[in-house]
Design a binder for this molecule. Sequence first.
Ligand code: E4P
Length: 217
Amino acid sequence: MMLFLDTAELEEIAARADTGLVDGVTTNPSLIAKSGANIKERIADICGVIPGPISAEVVATETDGMIAEGQTLAAIAENVVVKLPLTVDGLKACRALTDQGIATNVTLCFSINQALLAAKAGATFVSPFIGRLDDLGEDGIGLIEDIRYLYDEHGFATRILAASIRSAEHVEGSAMAGADACTLPPRIFDALAQHELTDKGLEAFLNDWKSAGQDAI
Ligand code: E4P
């Protein structure tokens, strides 16, 4: 499963790039706005740090505008993935951009029917927002499971990108439900390697080594 960082902050991305564990990055208009950066400059900078899929979202709401913005974003770098909202206009733009060989990420997916339409529109990725579903008392991970079944049963190649991640448990749940990718806020990415027993175990190993007077390896 691919792990993406869900941020537009270049420093947060650069600080984690050398782990070799960051497969890509997702941004959205809220994240770009929060960064205060120009979207084209920031996406170019991110693409220079991470060679994998970098999602950059359109802000037009009608198909023609989305296509034009998508072409502009895709021209920034080869690894840009054009993010489009799951509306009828967005799905039409998805089909047009897909037919032009541009990678797409259909976002704001909250139902099986929406995921079906994204796949039929040829989306490279679909982004179910599991945290926002859970916030309403619904079952975000359950939606990932259902989309996995749908895509496998009907032979759709669209990749499932679990988004709106709120916890490390969401990452585990997405992985076990068959998501192809998961996009994480940096603090959750950092939490994935942490376990209390790892820390305790390492401390004991090193104390035993030191107590026995062993030399450095
Ligand atoms: C990523 O593609 C999404 O835009 C993002 O995960 C949304 O997360 P949020 O629900 O925490 O805003």
